[in-house]
Design a binder for this molecule. Structure first.
Ligand code: FEO
Length: 576
């Protein structure tokens, strides 16, 4: 018989917060913080049924707490825990993931039990060091590591990166056959049922949660499923919503099928880097952002903790591979590097970067080796020795975008060809001027040829420009950013057009050899333009593959009032 107790927050008249305490298995107690009225999670995740933050206490000879709760439960959670146990007797606090809905009370627990040891993935411990401003004992765990709490509670840890942060681990208790999965297999669903008896009621929320949180990392879901394959699981103790007990095979099968479906049509880039080494993380993230802009899926994989068979699978599946040089002394990362080389196949696209940690594996021998395996380089090696500046970050974005475009070229051509011929000709009759948009933000400058430009308002004076989402310049066209719209002159624009249509390598100066002077808003004005407008971005409209950038116009000037604007006539409307 399971005993449950509910405690009510004093502030419950406004927003109901309660905690359900329930014995879920031998010497194992669930403390479910029930947030009945929460209606939003992150910016984009609307909730209909509230949510819960689940924490668990395992009492072997040693005592372990698995995750905590959201900060809003501070008083209630402390009271609940103190009613169950003397908190000072807790030996381990297992952190499955460091987002504040699970780790919001770590500092409180440390105050109650300053001698406990925090157990988590390397990156989780690093995050916590920045979150909890006090020293604490810690134990970093990797995939396959074990921790014996005594009395049969042997815990095994499974690395589950990207579900949905890089820090996620699963914990399996051999005695109770409980698998603690934090966000994975969860749902934002708050009610009194501890378990998933009401499957039909839950299905929709389970899928919605998967789509929002797990689907974007479908390959990581498949990897995690593979790691826990063969485990005998009686309960999946999730971090949100009811615990899964009655239909475990079905819930897991759903994750497998949805993830396989999702990965079937994806173009994948496997990006290997080394967590915590040099500037690897920052560079990897910037390149990944650039790749994502082109609609290509990118998975970041830590060379320091990934299993070799998984490396092989990632490389076999990927159309593109990015590698950040690991330290020469890291044995596991070196083995992973050898596996990458062995698993590559001709025509895969590559990009390499140095991590800047001081003892990087040399980049150029690896590059030669990959060339001789028939791989194609998407961007020149990025060699970093110092903390990345804004300009380096921009260069990494551009490099990622170049790589993504290389991979999507065929798809784009196919899409272009698939438009109805009458329609494309009719659309081509929309004419426009020819412009070059230029911008400068701190030390970064950029430019793009634009033709989809129109005046959009009279008061205030405003224009709209459509910019493809895979343009690196889009970073410099956020709300509040300033730019210049250079209007080209009929009969005097070919040299400018030729220059700005060139393919620039990431980080190249777009204005080398072009005469410019500076506008009041700091952006370059092209000396050979017919006229210019100084603009400030005030809103952005998401138009699928383009952003429409609406901007107010602050100043402008015409060089020759008798000259005409260059006009762009197209035959078809399926490209610029
Ligand atoms: Fe439930 Fe990613 O936190």
């Amino acid at each position: 018989m399971i005993a449950t107790t509910d405690r009510l927050s004093p502030t419950s008249a406004v927003k109901r917060l309660t905690i359900q305490t329930v014995g879920i298995a031998t010497e194992t107690t669930g403390m479910r913080s029930l947030d009945w009225d929460r209606d939003r999670f992150d910016i984009e995740f609307g909730l209909r049924n509230g949510t819960t933050y689940n924490s668990f206490l395992i009492q072997g000879e040693k005592i372990a707490l698995v995750d905590t709760s959201h900060r809003k439960f501070e008083t209630l959670y402390r009271e609940t825990l103190t009613n169950l146990i003397d908190p000072a007797s807790i030996d381990y606090l297992i952190i499955s993931h460091t987002e504040p809905d699970h780790s919001g009370l770590v500092a409180d627990i440390l105050e109650l039990a300053p001698d406990l040891t925090i157990v988590g993935a390397k990156v989780a411990i690093q995050f916590l060091e920045n979150m909890v401003h006090r020293p604490f004992k810690s134990m970093q765990v990797k995939n396959g590591d074990k921790l014996d709490l005594g009395n049969g509670h042997e815990l095994s840890f499974y690395s589950a990166p990207n579900l949905h942060w890089p820090d996620t681990i699963f914990t399996y208790d051999a005695k109770t056959k409980l698998l603690f999965t934090c966000d994975a297999f969860g749902m934002h669903y708050c009610d009194d049922h501890t378990f998933d008896e009401q499957t039909r009621l839950l299905e929709e929320d389970f899928k919605y949660y998967y789509d929002c949180l797990m689907g974007p990392n479908a390959r990581s879901v498949l990897s995690a499923l593979k790691r826990i394959e063969g485990l005998e699981i009686d309960i999946i103790a999730t971090g949100h919503g009811p615990l899964l007990k009655y239909h475990i095979p079905q819930w897991m099968e759903n994750y497998r099928v949805w993830s396989e479906e999702q990965t079937k049509t994806e173009t994948l880039v496997a990006l290997f880097y080394t967590e915590g080494y040099g500037y690897s993380e920052a560079i990897a993230t910037a390149i990944a952002e650039g790749i994502s802009r082109t609609g290509v899926i990118v998975e970041k994989i830590d060379l320091g903790s990934v299993d070799l068979p998984e490396v092989r699978e990632w490389v076999m599946d990927a159309k593109g591979i990015v590698v950040g040089m690991p330290p020469q002394s890291a044995i596991q990362a070196q083995a992973a590097l050898k596996t990458i080389i062995a698993a590559t196949h001709p025509k895969q696209v590559i990009g390499l970067f140095e991590s800047g940690g001081g003892e990087d594996e040399p980049l150029f021998p690896l590059r030669s080796q990959l060339f001789s395996n028939g791989l194609i380089e998407a961007f020149p090696p990025i060699l970093i020795k110092e903390p990345p500046t804004l300009a380096i970050e921009q260069r990494c974005h551009e490099a990622g975008t170049d790589l993504g475009q290389e991979l999507t070229r065929d798809r784009t051509i196919k899409q272009i060809k698939s438009i109805n011929p009458d329609l494309e000709k009719a659309l081509g009759r929309i004419s426009s001027g020819l412009y070059i948009l230029t911008t400068q933000k701190e030390e970064i400058s950029s430019a793009m040829l634009a033709s989809w430009v129109t005046q959009a308002s009279l008061s205030p004076l405003g224009i709209a420009v459509a910019v493809s989402k895979d343009r690196a310049i889009i970073d410099l066209l956020q709300i509040g950013d300033r730019f210049v719209l250079n209007i080209l002159e009929e009969g005097n624009y070919q040299h400018l057009m030729k220059h700005f249509l060139k393919r620039f390598a990431p980080g190249d100066d777009r204005f080398a050899g072009i005469k410019t002077y500076r506008a009041n808003n700091g952006s370059p004005i092209l000396a050979d333009a017919l006229a210019y407008l100084e603009c400030e971005v005030t809103s952005r409209l998401d138009c699928n593959d383009h952003w429409v950038i609406y901007s107010t116009v602050e100043a402008g000037r015409v060089a020759d009032v008798n000259a005409l604007t260059a006009v762009h006539h197209r035959k078809v409307g399926n490209h610029y």
